[in-house]
Design a protein around this ligand. Structure first.
Ligand code: MD6
Ligand code: FE
Length: 218
């Protein structure tokens, strides 16, 4: 069953729902500045375009990615890692726009994580049918910092598992404007995104944009 954590849709903004001891769903957190956030994403991707990375196993990912911040997450045949330059342009990743940093820090704080200093902002673009398999986020050196995730555009079903790959997963809908923060005892939970259904959003057309902020440093 897929739970709609925000059953009354976006009538209310900023509803905080615990989804684990260290994880919070912030429904509608970004609604007031969604358009400005998407503009900031467009500025980043004009300089470091979206691209489909290859997994270490040689598969092309269905989600297209870019980054901003002092480090970016990349994947290729050699593995997953964070690096300061964009392999596509050979240049540093674009700086993290102030609005993105500010909203990420506010989300973290609203979920109980003060002093979040993200140095990575990974931007994921989903077209119809794109998905993300079940994974843990564990390429960061600093596992004490939470991860902050923003969802914009077309909705998706988020698969929210446990600390082991096997076992029961919950599913819930991430809509335009929602944020999720997780850390502490939930930091290494398995999670993924079900194939995005054909849909349209006024600001993104058929696309879903997800932005995750990570702190790799101390
Ligand atoms: C997505 N998100 O929502 C994929 N990882 O498109 C993630 O993989 C993710 O949303 C860690 C923390 C939050 C996330
Ligand atoms: Fe993840």
């Amino acid at each position: 069953m897929t739970t709609d954590l925000f059953a009354s849709d976006h009538a209310q903004q900023n509803l905080t729902v615990p989804i684990g001891p260290g994880a919070r769903f912030l429904g509608g957190f970004l609604l007031a500045d969604a358009a400005a956030i998407l503009d900031a994403v467009a500025d980043v991707t004009a300089r470091s375009p979206f691209r489909h990375l290859t997994t270490p196993g040689g598969q092309q990912m269905s989600v297209a990615m870019s980054n901003c911040g002092s480090l970016g997450w990349v994947s290729d045949r050699a593995g997953y890692r964070y690096q300061a330059t964009d392999p596509l342009t050979g240049k540093p990743w674009p700086p993290m726009p102030a609005l993105l940093l500010e909203r990420a820090q506010q989300a973290a704080s609203q979920a109980g994580y003060e002093h979040f200093q993200p140095d990575v902002c990974l931007i994921n673009r989903y077209t119809t049918g794109a998905r993300m398999g079940l994974h843990q986020d564990r390429d960061e050196n600093n596992l004490t910092a939470p991860i902050v995730s923003f969802s914009l555009g077309v909705s998706a079903v988020f698969i929210w598992g446990g600390l082991q790959r096997t076992g029961k997963a919950q599913r819930f809908v991430l809509k335009h404007g929602d944020a999720v923060v997780w850390g502490g005892p939930d930091r290494l939970r398995f999670h993924g995104v079900a194939p995005v259904k054909a849909d349209e959003h006024a600001l993104t057309g058929p696309l879903r944009i997800n932005i995750t902020f990570r702190q790799t440093g101390p």
